[in-house]
Structures are given as C-alpha cells and as structure tokens.
Design a protein around this ligand. Structure first.
Ligand SMILES: [Zn+2]
Length: 511
C-alpha cells in the first residue's frame, strides 16, 4: 500500500500532490494499481469471484484500459501538435509548457531529464552541461498488439536479441515486462539501431524506465517512478434489487468496491444466498485522483449493510504498521477466529496424518482430522461463527455436523452421540455454541470427536493451520478507534440524514 493512502484521516483531506517517489530495481508497489490490497486479501477474493461466477467483471482491468486510452490519445495529440515532450533541448520549464495538454505528457516530460543516456565518454555527472545535448535521440512510442511478447516486439522493431537479453537481466523490475497486454504503450529510444532506453507504464501511477548504462556491452539500469494520487473521501448509498454487484454497478461504483464490501462482511452475510431485494448498504470510501482526474477508489473506511432488516457495521482501523482491518463500532474484529479445539478433551487419540493406517481396516487410510478423546456426552462446540451445512448421519461418520464459516472455511464434527437440541441445516451458530455431544457413533473405536478443518476445500491440520486473526482493537488504541468510528459512521449518508431526525432506530450490535 502506498504510504500516501494511509495518512488520510480527515474528510476531503488531500494527500500527496503527485510527488514523485523514485525507486530503483527491487521495490514494487503492493498491487498492480496500487489499490492498497495486501496479498492475503487479494487471495481471499478468489473464492468469492468463483462463487459469484456470472458477475466477475472485477477481473477486467477497467481503470487501466481508461488510463491507457487516455495515454494513447495524449500521445497522438502530443505528436499531432508537435508537443512530443522529448524535445530535449527545451529548458527546465518544458514540463510546465506541456502540462496543460494532458497528464501523461506532463508525466513524460517530468521524467525525461532523468533519462538522457550518458555519453559514451563517461563524463562525470557533475560536469555535464545543465542543458541536455540537442542531438539526444528521440523516444518513439509503439503499441503492444494482441499476442505479442516483448521478444516479438523487439524483433518487429529490429532491436537485437542481445539488447533484449540485457534488458531482461536488469533486475526485478524487468520481470514486469512479462506482463504486457495488448494496447499497452511502450517507448523506445534508439540510436543507430542501438537501444538506449525503454519505457513501460503499467498504470498512470507508475513508470518503469530502463536506461542503457555506458560501456561496450549492453547493460540497462531500471528505475521505477511512482506518483501519489490525491485521496479524498466519498459516500454512497445503494438499495439492492437483485444482486450486490449489479446494484453497485447501477450506482456507478467500481466492482472492486463491491468486492471489498462483500469481503468485509463475508463472516456475517452470505452474499450468494442471504441477499434479499431491499437490502441496502452505505459506504464511506476513499477516492483517488491524479492531476484533478478520478483514477479509482481506495479503501472502504466505514460500511453499513442492512441484510433482511439486520444491521451490520464496520469501521476500518489501521495498526501502527499500516495494516487495515475492519471492526464493529464496539471494536471487535469482523474477521472471526476459530477455537483450536471444539471440545474439552482428555487427550488426542489420533493425530492428523495423511499416511496413517486405519485402526479398524489396517490399510493405508489418511486421517484428515484430529481425534479428541473425551467421555461420551462431553459438549462439542462450534469452532467459529458460521452456518450449519449438515446435521445428519451416515455409516462411517455416525452423527455428524458440517459448519461453513465465511467463504473459505469449513469444520466437521463426527461420531457425535447426539446433536444439540433443535440444531438443523441452515441455522447460524456462534463460536462456542454447543452443537452436539461426544459419542462413538459410526466407525469409531471409542468415544471421541473426530474434528476436521478445511480451507478452500482442502483438509488442514486443525492443530497447526494458520487461523485468521481476529484480535479486537488493542486497549491502548481503543479511545482513538472509538473517536474514528464515531466520525466515520456519522459520515455515512443515512447517519447524516438521521442526525436531523434523531437516533438511528435500526442500529444494534453486530452479532
Ligand atoms: Zn478420526
């Protein structure tokens, strides 16, 4: 995540007016668009994307396409007007002259002075004349065509394979060149068929420049230039007619915003099955602009979701390391943790072992869970908040319960002597709620709970699997959080309206 996004606390507080941050080689932004999603959250999105298959348009690189279209237009315009910013003989004021024409031009001209290749007779930088030599070769742009790799493009442009190899060997940033897509704009700087410079803009916020270093053999130095957008806060209020994503689209919200919303409440709401006509949500979120033009959305700062009359609220809070998480207004995490063991056990009678021999069959049968030995009748509780998928019986498992927790997690409880009273499929359970009692029904050698933990459909060892964190707001941060939560929730549209009409009658603690 870009530092500039973290510091935004107040409403409509502009942060970073497009300062340039220069990195060399190794550093990369968090995401392709620097949208501020960490890797884990990006992975979390995948199952949601699959489940809602029909509406998966957030895979489309929409903002990028727009950015590219703008870039392409700007480049064309620039060329047509003779304003191509690689007029290296221009004095320092060149960027200001070019800026009003379009943003990408401004960006290009800003970058240009850094990109003048060193003359072959390695003049020390300090002794170089203040104005670049007028005979510096011009940059020319080209567009990536469908199915083209960089090798193919270089071949088409008559650039040597040696130069390509040197470019690709220039460090971590060069790996990004494997990401080229049709329509991407590239820039080349050549002299006598020798590649001197190469430029690629993955987004409007990022420029990768590869400059040939002095010396006989081709060698390139890579530089990453990042621009910081201006961040302001926006609100939205949307009533759902059919599906969350359709409603968000109709309201003109980016898909990624709807996705982020679904992710925030995934532990409480099943966005495939639970959504009803008339459900609604409100958002306070960051909007990012570059040179006065909106380029995308940032994090959701506060959200309220009314699902079948039940109100869920979330407020984003960032720890000192800058990691944002969502909490209820009372400071409890919206991400629900699991209990390590769902039963008071006396001992582990059989461990998780994918290669063990089954005690009854003496054949290699993986043990995909943990057996907790406990007296018959010992209460078995839900390891986490969730929904009962199954509470039934079969020959090998006896009485068993399957719980679904959010999108990715499932827990299974086998060999129960009986179920908790009135437990049935479809019912919500809370962490620690009794769902049944230890027994030895099914293929069991004695009273125990066979417990399984599945992540994305794969069995994991419940004793060792990394469980999602769900720590509440730290006591020392509580006052700060409460202040922030009140301010952010008050900024939501209905809160503003209700402030005129008295307190919100619907609001209660998120379960
Ligand atoms: Zn077992």
């Amino acid at each position: 995540m870009n530092d500039a996004f973290r510091k935004n606390k107040g409403r409509h507080a502009p942060v970073g007016n497009g300062q340039r941050t220069l990195y060399t080689r190794a550093k990369r932004p968090a995401g392709r668009f620097g949208m501020g999603m960490d890797r884990q959250r990006a992975e979390d999105r995948a199952p949601m994307a699959r489940r809602t298959g029909a509406h998966s348009p957030w895979r489309r690189p929409v903002p990028r396409v727009h950015a590219l279209a703008a870039t392409g237009l700007a480049l064309t315009l620039g060329l047509a007007l003779g304003l191509w910013p690689e007029a290296h003989s221009l004095p320092e004021e060149a960027p200001q002259l070019a800026a009003p024409v379009s943003d990408p031009l401004a960006l290009t001209s800003e970058a240009a002075p850094d990109l003048i290749p060193e003359p072959a007779t390695a003049t020390p930088a300090a002794l170089m004349p203040p104005d670049p030599a007028p005979e510096t070769p011009a940059w020319r742009s080209l567009t990536v065509r469908s199915g083209e790799s960089l090798a193919r493009i270089f071949q088409r442009e008559g650039i040597s394979a040696r130069a390509l190899a040197a470019l690709m060997a220039s460090g971590a940033l060069a790996k990004r060149l494997a990401d080229l897509r049709p329509g991407d704009q590239l820039e080349l700087q050549e002299e006598d068929s020798i590649l001197l410079g190469f430029r690629f803009r993955p987004s409007r916020l990022e420029t990768l420049t590869f400059s040939r270093a002095s010396g006989e053999a081709p060698r390139f130095e890579a530089e990453q230039e990042l621009r910081s957008p201006t961040v302001s806060e926006r609100t939205a209020q949307v009533v759902i007619e059919d599906a969350l994503f359709l409603a968000a689209q109709k309201a003109g919200l980016e898909d990624r915003l709807a996705l982020a919303l679904a992710e925030i409440f995934q532990w409480d709401i099943d966005f495939v099955l639970d959504i009803r006509k008339g459900d609604r949500f409100e958002l306070l979120y960051e909007e990012r602009a570059l040179d006065g033009e909106v380029i995308g959305t940032g994090a959701i700062l506060a959200a309220r979701f009314v699902n079948r009359g039940e109100v869920f609220e979330a407020v984003r809070y960032e720890d000192p390391a800058g990691n944002g998480s969502y909490y209820t207004p009372e400071g409890r995490s919206l991400r629900k943790a699991f209990l390590r063991a769902p039963v008071q056990f006396t001992r582990i009678s059989s461990n998780f072992n994918l290669r063990r021999k089954h005690p009854l069959w003496n054949t290699a049968r993986p043990h995909r869970g943990i057996d907790y030995a406990a007296p018959t009748g010992t209460p078995v509780v839900a390891a986490g908040d969730g929904k009962v998928v199954k509470a039934t019986r079969n020959a090998p498992s006896g009485n068993y319960v399957v719980l679904q927790h959010g999108e990715r997690y499932q827990t299974k409880y086998l060999h129960l002597s009986r179920f908790a009273k009135s437990l049935k499929a479809g019912q919500r359970v809370k962490q620690g709620q009794v769902i049944g009692y230890v027994g030895s029904t099914g293929w069991a050698t004695g009273p125990h709970l066979h417990y399984e933990f599945l992540v994305g459909g794969a069995h994991q060892n419940p004793r060792t699997v990394a469980l999602p964190k769900a720590d509440p707001i730290a006591p020392e941060a509580k006052a700060d959080f409460t202040r922030l939560a009140l301010a952010r929730l008050a900024a939501l549209p209905s809160a503003q309206r209700l402030a005129l009409n008295g307190p919100n009658p619907e609001r209660h603690e998120t379960p």
